[in-house]
Design a protein around this ligand. Structure first.
Ligand SMILES: *[C@@H]1O[C@H](CO)[C@@H](O)[C@H](O)[C@H]1NC(C)=O
Ligand SMILES: *[C@@H]1O[C@H](CO)[C@@H](O)[C@H](O)[C@H]1NC(C)=O
Ligand SMILES: *[C@@H]1O[C@H](CO)[C@@H](O)[C@H](O)[C@H]1NC(C)=O
Ligand SMILES: *[C@@H]1O[C@H](CO)[C@@H](O)[C@H](O)[C@H]1NC(C)=O
Ligand SMILES: *[C@@H]1O[C@H](CO)[C@@H](O)[C@H](O)[C@H]1NC(C)=O
Ligand SMILES: *[C@@H]1O[C@H](CO)[C@@H](O)[C@H](O)[C@H]1NC(C)=O
Length: 339
């Protein structure tokens, strides 16, 4: 009995390990015979994943990379204006947080005015953006001396008005382009990037310096000269042409006009010669007790090569400058011949 029992135990013990070894060798045998099926499945899966990455994930990664990039303007020039066009130079830094360094093809970008986050109804101008080789973290983008036609006069006028009046303005570049990254397939990209930059901030700090009045001039003749001091805190250079300004006082209404020839506002402080006509009697009639007069100054005309630049005229006329002038001092300076 005890011997049999021993045997049974022994058999049971023996059976345990061969049972495990049998399953293992079955898998081994299966693999040995069907290895090629596994290889095909592996390759197919790899291919599907790779294709998904290239054709599904990669376009999204590329688009996200472009969406995360931002354009910081460093220079904007609006030169050689006409009633229908302007010559644009725009230099910017493209900040790209993505580690990828793709190339964006040149494209036709609509430039929109963005007011409090809302896009204007139509592009003000179209700008041909150059091909950009995007670097990490930043690359330079430049459009040089590009003559652009005005696409929508209302939008450009709104832009000029905001650029003169506001501390900041926002514009967006929108367009469709293609992106290349190494040997990967070309990806379609929607470019849509808003940039915020400084405006002229209502020409705060405007002043007239070195003012002289010709006390002997006949009525209606040019009798005023001096310098307009115009701070420009923005990165914009704006050629406005020959600009006429209307001078008035609260008490007397219009008291004169003055002209700044070829008024070009560059970034920083601008000192520009002005000349004009002032009705001395009306100005003297508007003096306060301290010999000061508060002039209200409004742009009326901006003329370049004989053409009225209506978009600048409206922008300037919307911005009323107030300037306290020490008229008694100006008269004193003028008669002492220190002109
Ligand atoms: C840019 O696109 C606009 C609107 O589609 C078109 O009117 C204009 O001619 C295009 N400009 C260039 C340079 O292709
Ligand atoms: C934009 O928002 C500011 C402040 O919220 C407001 O004063 C201004 O009038 C708005 N501008 C326009 C054009 O709606
Ligand atoms: C660009 O993005 C803004 C939101 O930032 C959106 O309002 C506008 O419709 C977009 N424009 C295009 C053409 O995709
Ligand atoms: C304008 O300039 C005059 C003299 O050049 C100066 O006395 C005056 O303080 C200035 N006014 C403003 C508002 O800067
Ligand atoms: C412009 O002049 C103001 C003082 O009127 C001065 O504080 C500022 O630094 C000047 N800006 C430049 C760019 O020279
Ligand atoms: C400004 O006016 C002067 C004198 O009338 C003229 O010679 C000059 O060409 C005008 N400048 C521009 C930019 O139109």
């Amino acid at each position: 009995m005890s011997e049999t029992k021993f045997n049974t135990d022994h058999v049971e013990q023996l059976e345990v390990s061969p049972a495990r070894g049998g399953a293992g060798s079955k898998v081994k045998r299966h693999c040995a015979r069907w290895w090629w099926v596994h290889l095909i499945i592996f390759c197919a899966s790899f291919l599907i994943i790779a294709l998904c990455l290239v054709y599904v994930a990669m376009p999204k990664i590329a688009q996200d990379g472009v969406d995360d990039a931002s354009l910081e303007f460093t220079e904007l020039q609006f030169l050689n204006p006409s009633a229908t066009s302007v010559t644009l130079t725009q230099r910017a830094i493209l900040h790209s947080p993505s580690k990828f360094t793709p190339t964006l093809d040149s494209f036709n970008a609509s430039t929109f005015l963005v007011t409090n986050g809302t896009f204007g109804a139509a592009p003000m101008i179209f700008v041909t953006m150059p091909s950009i080789h995007v670097q990490h973290p930043k690359s330079n983008v430049a459009v040089e001396d590009s003559k652009v036609m005005i696409n929508n006069m209302d939008q450009l006028t709104n832009f000029a008005t905001q650029a003169v009046a506001q501390e900041y303005v926002s514009t967006a570049l929108v367009g469709e382009t293609t992106l290349h990254l190494g040997a990967l397939p070309t990806v379609k990209i929607n470019y849509n990037s808003t940039s915020k930059y400084k405006g002229l901030n209502a020409l705060k700090g405007f002043n007239v310096t070195g003012a002289r009045i010709d006390l002997l001039a006949k009525p209606g003749q040019q009798n005023l000269k001096g310098f307009a001091y115009v701070p420009n805190p923005s990165l914009m250079t704006i050629q406005l042409g020959n600009v006429s300004l209307s001078l008035s006082t609260e008490k007397a209404g219009k008291v004169g006009t003055t002209t700044i020839n070829d008024m070009t506002l560059k970034p920083g402080n601008n000192t520009l010669p002005l000349f004009g006509t002032m009705d001395q009697a009306k100005v003297v009639g508007s003096l306060d007790g301290d010999g000061m007069v508060e002039l209200l100054i409004t742009g009326t005309d901006a003329i370049f090569n004989g053409e009225h630049l209506v978009y600048y005229e409206k922008a300037l006329s919307a911005n009323v400058l107030k300037l306290k002038m020490n008229v008694m001092q100006v008269i004193k300076d003028s008669s002492s011949g220190s002109a």
